[in-house]
Design a protein around this ligand. Structure first.
Ligand code: COA
Length: 166
């Protein structure tokens, strides 16, 4: 997996060395407001990082988002755990203290460009409909709402971005 560089951010492939930093970022309960698992419980946070590390290959997986060398978020682009046929799913997380500055959008936009460059026909996102900030990110990125489903333990909006570069 490559490191991706944006105007303000660096997306660096997640490694075991990032585990403590990611667990610390998710120690804020606000990060789990729309999650069915409370990742502020350390054991849950550690299990989440391990699960992410188990699902990376040479092209797709999980990246930390860093700003001036500091970890400010996490993103992923990998086969979905939830949608059928291993459709490729993107996800975004920004540390609460850094939210509202456009970081999720900037990081996700870079990951989408990367995924489209790989020739992926479509990239999917599943978002809790109560998660207004995440829905705003998806809409700003051009995702289309195509339905709802029970995912990650609750009703989620299912959204897709088609690859117009193909
Ligand atoms: C959702 C999340 C990733 C957003 O990260 P972020 O870096 O703040 O996102 P951005 O700054 O790029 O964009 C947030 C947008 O949501 C908007 N927003 C924030 N709170 C909002 C609210 N309550 N209602 C409506 N819009 C809201 C912001 O105004 C911004 O839109 P704008 O740029 O048009 O002003 C971050 O809050 C987070 O990690 N939350 C916890 C984990 C999570 O829920 N991840 C998503 C799983 S699908």
């Amino acid at each position: 997996m490559p490191t991706l560089i944006t105007k303000h951010l660096k997306l660096v492939p997640l490694t075991h060395a990032d585990a403590d930093t990611v667990v610390e970022m998710f120690a804020d309960p606000a990060m789990s407001t729309y999650m069915s698992i409370d990742f502020s419980v350390e054991a849950n946070g550690r299990a989440m990082v391990e699960r992410r590390l188990a699902h990376s290959d040479d092209k797709l997986g999980h990246w930390t988002v860093t700003e001036k060398g500091e970890t400010v978020g996490l993103v992923h682009l990998r086969p979905s755990f939830e949608l059928p046929a291993s459709l490729i799913e993107i996800g975004w997380y920004t540390a609460t203290s850094r939210a509202g500055r456009g970081l999720a959008q900037e990081a996700a936009a870079a990951l989408l460009r990367y995924g489209q460059g790989l020739g992926l026909p479509a990239i999917w996102a599943v978002v809790d409909p109560r998660n207004a900030a995440s829905l705003a990110v998806a809409h700003k990125l051009g995702f289309l709402h195509v339905g709802e489903g029970h995912h990650y333990g609750a009703l989620h909006d299912v959204m897709v971005l088609l690859n117009e570069r193909r």
